[in-house]
Design a protein around this ligand. Structure first.
Ligand code: ADP
Ligand code: MG
Length: 257
């Protein structure tokens, strides 16, 4: 059974998609079978692994709303061992369309449960909100990975996310754990970055990954080439550090249940 991880933070631009894409690709590079699940209507994870959204007849929307078999939507990517269930803009309606549906919070879990035996890891890229799509991701997951950008208000808003995690633990998924907190976009030239690291470590203690993602031009460029960093520039600092993160995630225990 694969371990299911949600990459979540309701703030936009903190590195969720960059982390979901590159952690997935690095785990695949390290010989694990990985399924990336894009549940952000922006579909940035989908294009980030080289899938042209215009070519897609179906996406995760059809799975969530129309009960389409997830195996029918799952596609291979450029990276060996890495598959994706893509998202297209069609998903934008799902947040509202889910509201009146039966078992609206567990639809993604039901879909992932059908495929997770085929994978070592299932990684879900969440949208920047705490709405039903993110609730679905947290309900489907063994653990949540929280990217935190190294900036002045880094911790702001995290209490809302942690509250949502607690609510999901209480009502929908009591096994949900915090997998780890990942510091992203560190600018090593500033003192601010160091202060933020200390502040986040004080709050989350040993939940903070040792790997800290620096601001790296190549990481920023890779999505426009539709490639994870491990393909786009395997020698870059960005590739090295996401490989380190993948090893930390592996060391945290490969499988739950
Ligand atoms: P989110 O999914 O949380 O909205 P993204 O992963 O899309 O955030 O990142 C926001 C923007 O910052 C994107 O343009 C992305 O390419 C860029 N970016 C993310 N991480 C880095 C990094 N470590 N170095 C440079 N650019 C980055
Ligand atoms: Mg994103």
């Amino acid at each position: 059974m694969g371990k299911v991880l949600a990459v979540a933070n309701q703030k936009g631009g903190v590195g969720k998609t960059t982390t979901a894409v590159n952690l997935s690709a690095c785990l695949a590079y390290l010989n694990h079978k990985v399924l990336l699940v894009d549940i952000d209507p922006q579909g940035n994870a989908t294009s980030g692994v080289g899938i042209d959204k215009a070519d897609m007849d179906y996406c995760v929307y059809n799975v969530l709303i129309e009960d389409l078999d997830p195996k029918a939507v799952n596609v291979a990517t450029l990276v060996e061992n890495l598959h994706i269930i893509p998202a297209t803009i069609q998903l934008a309606g799902a947040e509202i369309e889910l509201v009146p549906t039966i078992s609206r919070e567990v639809r993604l879990k039901k879909a992932i449960d059908q495929v997770k035996e085929d994978y070592d890891y299932v990684i879900i890229d969440c949208p920047p909100s705490l709405g039903l799509l993110t609730i679905n991701a947290l309900t489907a997951s063994d653990a949540v990975l929280i990217p935190v950008q190294c900036e002045y208000y880094a911790l702001e808003g995290l209490s809302q996310l942690l509250n949502t995690v607690r609510l999901v633990q209480k009502h929908l998924n009591k096994e949900l754990m915090i997998e780890g907190v990942l510091l992203t976009m560190l600018d090593a030239r500033t003192n601010l970055g160091i202060q933020v690291i200390e502040e986040v470590k004080k709050y989350f203690q040993d939940k903070v990954y040792r790997s800290i993602i620096p601001r790296n031009v190549r990481l920023g460029e890779a999505p426009s080439h539709g490639q994870p960093i491990i393909l786009y520039d395997p020698k870059s600092r960005g590739a090295e550090v996401y490989l380190d993160l993948a090893k930390e995630v592996m060391a945290n225990g490969a499988r739950v249940g």
